[in-house]
Design a protein around this ligand. Structure first.
Ligand SMILES: Nc1ncnc2c1ncn2[C@@H]1O[C@H](COP(=O)(O)OP(=O)(O)O)[C@@H](O)[C@H]1O
Ligand SMILES: [Mg+2]
Length: 257
């Protein structure tokens, strides 16, 4: 099976406001897929539908080959979700946090699972301390380690770097690349163009309820021919492509006469 996620004609309204107006996209196995959109575009709504936390009004979505509406249990088995806000328990130590989740997931050797993840995320030395003593980057690593308990095939990261300082953000990017290198499909949302540009194999831009553009960074760049500014041909940045697609003027682009 090639596709990790397939979304067709997805619609969702909250009261009178239609947030998703027919969203279509696909995510291939093993790739890093970035759903890019401004604040309020509907990214979290899509994540909640795909992770079976919210029902769509119309359209279909399959995750790992299972329909989210009719086979939510199968979907939940294949995925993990790391939300916009960290889910780390403050009373437990790092190791205890991991063991707790492993037990909740009915894994056979919770302590071994915890130790392996601590090692993988460079948290062995900090394992017996409470997360309140961790740096921002360490908390983030613990958070992602928690979401990897049970080896999910598809991991959802909803704005994984929002609110992080630049250093922690770069560390996060490293982890995401590593996850993908290990064969996990990564679905992430972001409002940061640079993040999508750095990480994603495929990018879909969500704007006013629809996917208005999608493809690899190279494909998106082709949609938007480089502007000739006098003698110098300039490669557009993803930001310029984004602004051009949504119809806003970007400073410095298309300024040749
Ligand atoms: N449970 C809800 N009830 C009413 N409105 C909601 C609810 N969840 C989201 N919305 C609205 O839907 C829109 C999209 O929200 P969201 O999916 O959180 O966007 P994003 O994650 O891209 O910032 C926003 O206008 C938000 O206020
Ligand atoms: Mg959101």
């Amino acid at each position: 099976m090639e596709k990790a996620i397939e979304v067709k004609g997805l619609r969702k309204s909250f009261k009178d406001t239609e947030v998703l107006k027919g969203v279509d996209f696909e995510v291939k196995r093993g790739e890093i897929f970035a759903l890019l959109g401004s604040n309020g575009a509907g990214k979290t709504t899509i994540v909640r539908i795909l992770t079976t936390l919210l029902k769509q009004d119309r359209g279909t979505a399959t995750v790992n080959g299972f329909d989210v509406a009719s086979k939510p249990e199968n979907v939940r088995h294949a995925i993990s979700l790391t939300g916009q806000f960290a889910a780390v328990d403050e009373i437990l130590t790092g190791r205890e946090n991991l063991i707790m989740i492993a037990k909740l997931r009915h894994l056979d050797h919770p302590r071994q699972v915890a130790d392996d993840l601590l090692k993988r995320f460079g948290l062995t030395d900090a394992a017996d301390r409470k997360p309140s003593t961790y740096s921002g980057g360490m908390r983030r690593r613990l958070d992602i380690a928690l979401s990897l308990v049970g080896k999910p095939q598809i991991i959802f990261l909803d704005e994984p770097t929002t609110g992080l300082d630049p250093e922690a953000r770069i560390e996060d990017w490293k982890i995401v690349k590593e996850l993908s290198g290990g064969g996990t499909t990564v679905f992430l949302t972001t409002q940061y163009l640079e993040e999508a540009e750095q990480l994603a194999d495929q990018i879909s831009i969500l704007h006013e309820g629809r996917i208005i553009a999608g493809g690899t960074l190279a494909e998106l760049k082709k949609l938007f021919p480089s502007a000739k500014v006098e003698y110098v041909e300039k490669q557009p940045t993803l930001e310029e492509i984004f602004l051009a697609i949504i119809g806003k003027k970007s400073s410095g682009m298309m300024s040749s006469s």
